[in-house]
Design a protein around this ligand. Structure first.
Ligand SMILES: *[C@@H]1O[C@H](CO)[C@@H](O)[C@H](O)[C@H]1NC(C)=O
Ligand SMILES: *[C@@H]1O[C@H](CO)[C@@H](O)[C@H](O)[C@H]1NC(C)=O
Ligand SMILES: *[C@@H]1O[C@H](CO)[C@@H](O)[C@H](O)[C@H]1NC(C)=O
Length: 469
């Protein structure tokens, strides 16, 4: 009895010790890490801003560190579509990369509403050790057109706002930022010496020894005529039929999110004079679809459009579509793309006997941002226990859909995600169980309908004959 109490007490003390150790480690983790060198490359060549950050971090504390924090100003945090990290392993020639988990997190006493992401290291960084991390983050809706309205003749100019110094909870010994612009035309930029602009590259730094949370706002005013193609809403319906087909229907609400178009649009001018084409307008859209696609159609609210071209090879299919009019800033186009795919390319059986769909997440249109993406996977009638495996956080719920000949309706797994960029295009899976007997439901129903019809005919003929007699 006494022995077990002693053991309990010892256990409690041990737990307390461990707890104190970890809370100390957590609270001191910020001054435990320093960044020896940081290089940031911001790519402004399209309307989707990509930032590549290379950090060489060192543990200058006494205890091992298992996570590294990234900091973002609140305005930028709202525009973040994706944050990815990897660690470089090995030296120069034999360098390889391993993926690291990145998750949004919170730290106490965050200055000015700073938002954080935590990168989990594979192995804790022990005291005195260094590691090199490569981070990619993507910002959407972060280029602000100015002037906000332009005519068909004008080029599109935008503002990009950031800080010349990398926002970080750590001391940064040395850092440099490179901003790649889409053209050599840069109207103005904030100088934070040393600052240099040459070719299509604006260089901020190197800056030495900046304390945690150093910040120095800059504004770059530059030309960017890349197509600002934003899908406000995309609904992709993926319908599985165990009779061998996967039917995809995609509803797009597309908008040109660049500077608004001012004045009248003349189609004659647009077609005949190259100078009035509208540098930032766009006419064609490219959808990349799986190989072996068939029965492709493309229609808008008026009807079927024939101006689409399909190119296929064994790896992929490319569908080029052309809305009825070129899109200028603020203009919208609503359309539907539909296609069929062979089921055997996408439906498999998992080792535990479940069936699963392996399909691609994201938007098939090249270089587009999707503000709200909804994927509805319509399972065959009689499917049970659906579950999805998506590599990103998505909202999920179930619906029921009835189509003709359905008795109990089809289970629909609905996935929703906001702010989707091309980097989100990766396979996702939907698992479900299915009893093959259900496959007989439809043919049986059809057969019985035919049978009833036949009986009715016979009955009718009988009557007919009897009347004629
Ligand atoms: C936080 O806000 C204060 C006061 O508004 C300002 O002086 C400081 O530069 C800001 N710091 C950052 C990191 O934005
Ligand atoms: C559109 O045209 C394609 C073939 O050109 C056809 O298969 C499809 O049924 C048509 N769709 C509509 C809604 O008219
Ligand atoms: C899904 O398909 C991709 C190729 O499109 C493949 O690399 C991946 O392994 C598949 N995943 C599963 C779970 O079958």
């Amino acid at each position: 009895m006494a022995r077990s109490t002693a053991m309990k007490a010892a256990g409690l003390i041990l737990a307390l010790l461990i707890f104190t150790f970890f809370s100390l480690a957590a609270s001191s983790s910020n001054n435990q890490i320093q960044i020896l060198n940081a290089e940031r490359r911001i790519d402004l060549s399209s309307h989707i801003v990509k930032v590549f950050l290379t950090l060489k971090v060192e543990n200058v504390g006494t205890s091992p560190a298992s996570e590294i924090f990234l900091a973002f100003p609140p305005s930028q945090a709202d525009q973040l579509a994706l944050v990815k990290a990897q660690a470089a392993i090995g030296k120069k020639k034999k360098k390889s990369y391993v993926h690291l988990d990145v998750n949004p997190t919170q730290l106490p006493d965050a200055p000015n509403g700073t938002k954080y992401f935590s990168i989990s290291l594979l192995n804790p960084l022990s005291s005195g050790e260094t590691a090199t991390l490569e981070v990619l983050y993507i910002l959407t809706h972060s280029l602000e057109p100015f002037p906000t309205e332009i005519s068909q003749l004008e080029s599109q100019l935008v503002y990009f706002r950031d800080s010349a110094l990398i926002l970080s909870p750590y001391h940064i010994k040395q850092q440099t930022t490179f901003i790649k612009t889409p053209s050599t035309k840069v109207e103005s930029f904030t100088r934070v010496e040393p600052t240099k602009f040459a070719g299509r590259e604006l260089k901020y730094g190197p800056y030495e020894d900046r304390p945690p949370y150093s910040f120095s706002p800059v504004i770059v005013h530059l030309e960017n005529n890349s197509p600002f193609a934003v899908v406000e809403e995309l609904l992709r319906e993926v319908e599985i039929s165990h009779w061998g087909n996967l039917q995809i229907t995609e509803h797009y609400k597309l908008v040109h999110a660049g500077a608004r178009h001012k004045g009248v649009f003349s189609r004659v001018d647009y077609q005949s004079r190259a100078s009035v084409k509208g540098a930032s307008s766009f006419k064609h859209l490219l959808a990349s679809l799986p190989p072996r696609v068939h029965s492709v159609y493309y229609r808008d609210e008026i009807g079927n459009i024939s101006s689409s071209h399909l190119r296929t090879d064994y790896r992929k299919s490319e569908l080029e579509i052309e809305p009825r009019y070129p899109l200028f800033g603020g203009w919208k186009a609503t359309f539907v793309i539909g296609y069929g795919l062979p089921l055997e390319d996408f439906l498999f059986e998992s080792p535990d006997g479940k069936r699963y769909l392996n399909f691609s997440f994201g938007c098939p249109l090249a270089q587009t941002v999707v503000n709200k993406l909804t994927i509805k996977v319509v399972l065959p009638e009689g499917s049970k226990d659906p579950s999805a495996a998506v590599p990103y956080p998505v909202e999920q719920h179930l619906e029921t859909k009835y189509s003709y000949l359905d008795v109990v309706g089809r289970t629909v797994l609905v996935l929703e995600k906001k702010n989707v960029v091309p980097e989100h295009i990766t396979p996702f899976q939907v698992y479900y169980t299915f009893k093959p007997i259900f496959m007989l439901a439809e043919p049986l129903m059809l057969a019985s309908v035919y049978f009833l019809f036949f009986m009715a005919c016979v009955a009718y003929l009988q009557i007919d004959i009897s009347i004629r007699k």
